[in-house]
Design a protein around this ligand. Structure first.
Ligand SMILES: NC(=O)c1ccc[n+]([C@@H]2O[C@H](COP(=O)([O-])OP(=O)(O)OC[C@H]3O[C@@H](n4cnc5c(N)ncnc54)[C@H](OP(=O)(O)O)[C@@H]3O)[C@@H](O)[C@H]2O)c1
Length: 263
């Protein structure tokens, strides 16, 4: 299969890099208007262009990785050249119906919400499509399964998935940064602190994945009565750790509604 990505920005390039050694993909072409910023991709074997029509030529799968406000122009531009390709939009807040209203229903339209860890094949990618497109779902799931975990969800849940998976990378990274700063305060150099925090986060995630346990079960195992862990944890909760996370996630979710109404 030939695959093209319109919008070679943060997520577009991350997807292209993640897909590089995927056996089922013969050719990856990516587009953006300012191609000077992605000339380095040529050395990786990715074709680059500033022409969207050139980008989708011969493509079996077209990934849209542009901002929501750029969607209408780009879709209108490529519409006359669409046949029966699979179109996968990773655009936040643009619904399948919005896309269909512009390009019609000659293509098989999917939405996928990955995160930037897709470049490392560690994405959490949530996928959605209309019931009538389920025959192509396997192909789309297999594509993203090469790049991490996938989950098929109803389209109405995709905004929540966007916050948890796509924004979630930033939330997790902020935890890693804050914990590293704390490590430096209590005597570690920054490299050592960062290494310990990063591996500890991987360890915590692996415990949940492998044991299929609830976080609190794993926390119970490390909180000795009157010990140092529970003292620290409770202090974090007094300062609003869980509450601020929940409020932040709710704010991000509400921001998607705003983006939708503006695009
Ligand atoms: N970042 C994430 O983790 C993530 C995760 C899931 C979903 N998303 C969604 O993915 C979309 C892209 O996000 P992003 O973070 O990658 O944004 P970004 O870095 O700004 O990338 C958007 C890219 O689109 C290009 N572009 C704009 N107009 C274009 C046109 N007419 N033709 C071709 N390319 C065009 C821009 O480059 P030029 O200006 O040079 O054309 C830019 O490189 C958004 O809708 C976002 O919500 C992002």
């Amino acid at each position: 299969m030939n695959l093209s990505i319109i919008g070679a920005g943060n997520i577009g390039v991350s997807i292209a890099k993640g897909l590089l050694d995927t056996k089922t993909i013969n050719k990856i072409t990516v587009s953006r208007r300012d191609i000077n910023r992605i000339s380095y991709l040529k050395d990786l074997g990715i074709k680059i262009t500033d022409n969207n029509l050139d980008c989708i030529k011969d493509s079996d799968i077209i990934i849209l990785a542009i901002k929501p406000q750029q969607c209408e122009n780009v879709l209108t531009e490529i519409k006359p050249f669409l046949k029966n390709q699979i179109i996968i939009s990773v655009v936040t807040g643009k619904e399948i119906l919005d896309i269909e209203n512009i390009i019609g229903n000659s293509c098989s339209i999917f939405r996928a919400i990955p995160n930037t860890a897709i470049s490392e094949k560690k994405s959490m990618t949530c996928i959605s499509c209309k019931k009538s497109e389920l025959s192509n779902l396997k192909k789309v799931e297999e594509l993203f399964a090469n790049l991490g975990e996938t989950l098929f969800v109803e389209e109405k849940l995709l905004d929540a998935c966007t916050v948890m998976a796509a924004c979630g990378i930033a939330f997790a990274l902020r935890y890693i940064r804050a914990a590293t700063q704390a490590g430096i305060q209590i005597g570690l150099d920054s490299e050592t602190a960062l290494k310990i925090v990063t591996q500890t986060v991987i360890g915590a995630s692996t415990l949940i994945q492998n044991n299929k346990s609830h976080p609190e079960q794993e926390i119970d195992k490390v909180t000795t009565p009157q010990g140092c862990t529970i003292v620290g944890l409770n202090q974090m909760e007094h300062e609003g750790l869980s509450s601020s996370l929940i409020k932040g996630i709710q704010c991000s979710f509400e921001a998607i509604e705003k983006i939708k109404s503006q695009s």
